[in-house]
Design a protein around this ligand. Structure first.
Ligand code: PBG
Length: 315
């Protein structure tokens, strides 16, 4: 006597009936890079089909994506000029983008990346002192919240930044309206290379190993997530995603919080290169994204969002 697994695989309909994990349009969080100016839509040289948008062209393209079912975006402001005080300017680039997008698409969830690496002259995510950086991040998060962001997403990996941001939101009566999606388990990864061109934030010297996590550490990732939950985060980002599915699974089993997988720029290029060079079929994109959901992510931040929505690949 043996079990006949293959009965469940005999044709497409049977396989679908036995499927455990699905990827839906609502699972996609689309990263958006905003630059100053008007009528700008430029493909990012290191990332195919990902664009630098000025606010006006971003609104035009978002219309199409929202019609196709896009529910959430993650905004990165990419200013021309450096200087951290610009990051919390109430009339700054990112703040203007948030309010314009919220006005045009009130039901679209607007998540905003909170970090200063596009604003510092050395491209690092801090200003030297950990706690001073947290104070800055809290002020930036507040300015995004006031502009209408639904969610603020600190990606810097300073100690205590969720605490500082939560307390700042609370002091301004915004802690119930605006939630925190922290990059709680963010590893110091070689897979961020292409993004650093997109956000103009490559460190001019050194690396990010004194603040982002050592990629050899899993238990520490769980401690980081626990700390962010204690400090007031609502959702957890695991980043990168594809080769960190073990962390996603552990987080899913341990914590009763939303887990979001960030399918980062290097992972995007790796899979896209395979598909475009003909070494793999398009299905590789879905196989890699489904693996993140199978691991326990409820949503995925992915540069494939635009293509998936435009081509109507999912329901
Ligand atoms: C900035 C930030 C980075 C990413 C998101 N926010 C770069 C970094 O930490 O070096 C990476 C995203 C990607 O590679 O897709 N703090």
């Amino acid at each position: 006597m043996f079990k006949r697994f293959r009965q469940n695989r005999k044709d497409e309909a049977t396989r679908l009936a036995n499927r455990e994990t699905f990827l839906k349009n609502e699972d996609l969080i689309m990263p958006i890079f905003i630059v100053p100016g008007e009528n700008v839509k430029e493909e990012i040289s290191s990332m195919k089909d990902v664009y630098h948008y000025s606010i006006d062209t971003c609104l035009e393209d978002l219309k199409l994506f929202v019609e196709k079912g896009l529910q959430s975006i993650l905004i990165f402001g990419v200013p021309n000029d450096k200087g951290v005080e610009q990051a919390y300017d109430r009339k700054g680039l990112t703040q203007n983008a948030i309010s314009a997008i919220k006005e045009a698409f009130p039901t679209l969830e607007v998540i905003v990346d909170v970090c200063i690496c596009s604003y510092t002259h050395d491209g690092h995510c801090h200003v030297g002192d950990n706690d001073k950086t947290c104070e800055l991040l809290a002020e930036i998060a507040l300015s995004y919240a006031e502009a209408g962001a639904d969610v603020v997403a600190p990606s810097d990996m300073m100690d205590g930044r969720v605490h500082y941001i939560y307390e700042k939101l609370k002091a301004n009566n915004l802690e119930k309206k605006v939630t925190i999606m922290s990059y709680a388990a963010k590893f110091s990864s070689t897979f961020y290379g292409p993004f650093r061109d997109a956000a103009d934030c490559a460190p001019s010297s050194g690396n990010r190993k004194t603040y982002q996590m050592d990629y050899a550490n899993g238990d520490e990732a769980i401690d980081e997530i626990q700390a962010d939950i204690n400090e007031g985060t609502t959702s957890i980002i695991v980043k990168p995603a594809l080769i960190y599915n073990d962390i996603t699974r552990r987080a899913k089993e341990k914590f009763d919080k939303e887990i979001v997988a960030y399918n980062v720029s290097g992972e995007y290029n790796m899979v896209l290169n395979m598909v475009e060079s003909g070494q793999a079929s398009e299905e590789m994109i879905f196989e890699s994204l489904i693996s993140m959901k199978r691991a326990g992510a409820s949503r995925i931040i992915t540069y494939f969002s635009g293509w998936i929505l435009r081509e109507g690949k999912l329901v």
